[in-house]
Design a protein around this ligand. Structure first.
Ligand SMILES: Nc1nc2c(c(=O)[nH]1)N[C@@H](CN(C=O)c1ccc(C(=O)N[C@@H](CCC(=O)O)C(=O)O)cc1)CN2
Ligand SMILES: NCC(=O)N[C@@H]1O[C@H](COP(=O)([O-])[O-])[C@@H](O)[C@H]1O
Length: 238
């Protein structure tokens, strides 16, 4: 039985990518990491991937924005998303099916592990058509602090006594940011006496568990769906 293939999207340090790499190496997470794509050329996660002999690509928005007037940025961002989808589905940004590199693999699952750009329908729709599932790690509870700087926002709310708990979640990626169905939610208590750095360290430790468990859950769902599809095909062929 071949292992499922995952592609990881990152933008920064890649500590969650490292948790996935380590879990694959320990054969806890039974999957192939076929590629890491970073939205930043400076992401340390690229080094983590290279050290693990995982192919990497850099796909930066600023490359598309270069020398453009701000009024042209929406169109450039549309192109950025389309090209990223083509890169993942066809192995080239043009989407040229005749130029798909030999041995190119379309992932079963994309894991957003600190990918810090909102993915538009120009990306989501082609991947959905290809049957590729996408999950995201977000350091907050469902509906609590969508978007960026969630850890800082949770800590500040805790300091004000507005909340007593936060958490991390692995959720399906839909157009509405951080609003996709959660696959996994892990809660964490907020402590008044704690600095934001101390809280952040506890959140990251929780993330590193959640990203592995959430990826395993997503892959299990994919495998179960594939089995069901195969059974339906067999029924039809009788
Ligand atoms: N369509 C979706 N795209 C993404 C989702 C999602 O659920 N749906 N999750 C995010 C990850 N994420 C939080 O978990 C997140 C990351 C970044 C942003 C954001 O506002 N990005 C800005 C740029 C911010 C910056 O440069 O500091 C932007 O894209 O313009 C929101 C949520 C991944 N994508
Ligand atoms: N909204 C998305 C978001 O805030 N993602 C956050 O980016 C960090 C990536 O760390 P890493 O690069 O060390 O894995 C993580 O804290 C993750 O929750």
């Amino acid at each position: 039985m071949s292992l499922p293939n995952i592609l990881v999207l990152i933008s920064g340090s890649g500590s969650n990518l490292q948790a996935i790499i380590d879990s694959v190496a320990a054969k806890n997470l039974k999957a192939n990491i076929i590629k890491v794509i970073s939205s930043s050329a400076d992401a340390y996660g690229l080094e983590r991937a290279s050290k693990a002999d995982i192919p990497t690509e850099v796909h930066t928005l600023k490359t598309y924005y270069k020398d453009l007037p701000k009024s042209d940025r929406p169109q450039a961002r549309k192109r950025f998303n389309k090209d990223l989808a083509n890169l993942i589905v066809h192995g080239n940004i043009e989407g040229d099916e005749d130029a798909t590199p030999k041995g190119h693999i379309v992932p079963d699952l994309i894991v957003c592990a600190g990918w810090m750009l909102i993915l538009s329908p120009d990306f989501l729709s082609p991947l959905e058509e290809e049957g590729v599932k996408i999950i995201n790690l977000h350091p907050a509870l469902p509906g609590q602090f969508d978007g960026t700087h969630a850890i800082d926002r949770a800590w500040e709310a805790g300091q004000k006594g507005e909340i007593t708990e936060s958490g991390v979640m692995i959720h399906r990626v839909i157009q509405e940011v951080d609003a996709g169905e959660p696959l996994l939610v892990k809660k964490i208590d907020l402590r008044k006496e704690e600095t934001v750095e101390e809280f952040e360290a506890r959140v990251h430790a929780l993330e590193h568990k959640a990203i592995v468990e959430g990826t395993i859950l997503a892959l299990k769902e994919i495998e179960e769906q594939k089995k069901k599809d195969n059974e339906e095909e067999e029924e039809k062929s009788k």
